[in-house]
Design a protein around this ligand. Structure first.
Ligand code: SF4
Length: 104
């Protein structure tokens, strides 16, 4: 086997290893996304992180603006909250809650 042939074979094997690692990473990402179930909170709910303007979680407002659906935990970005810079569940809350602008 020539040096060029060995080099090419090594390159293919290394490339295959990267492909396996990339595939494993995508599978892990898919599993983590499936593990995050959505939590629905009434948009009128007060003192809940899901409806707070300071909450940094993944969430969306329903088209009729009646419900907020949140995926997993989010960061509290309110420096006046005891939970500041901590991750909270969408159903948690604090007295310093302020309504999220997106809710009108
Ligand atoms: S802990 Fe309080 S201030 Fe922080 S995001 Fe939740 S409701 Fe808002």
């Amino acid at each position: 086997m020539s040096k060029n042939a060995r080099t090419t074979r090594r390159n293919v094997l290394q490339g295959g290893g990267a492909l396996v690692a990339a595939t494993a990473g995508l599978m892990a990402l898919g599993a983590s996304q499936q593990a995050q179930a959505s939590t629905d909170i009434p948009a009128s709910a007060e003192k809940k992180c899901a409806t707070c303007r300071y909450w940094g979680g993944v969430r969306r407002v329903s088209t009729d603006k009646q419900t907020v659906s949140a995926d997993g935990k989010g960061w509290c970005n309110n420096p006046n909250s005891p939970a500041y810079q901590k991750q909270t569940n969408p159903t948690q809350g604090a007295p310093v809650w302020t309504r999220w602008d997106a809710l009108g």
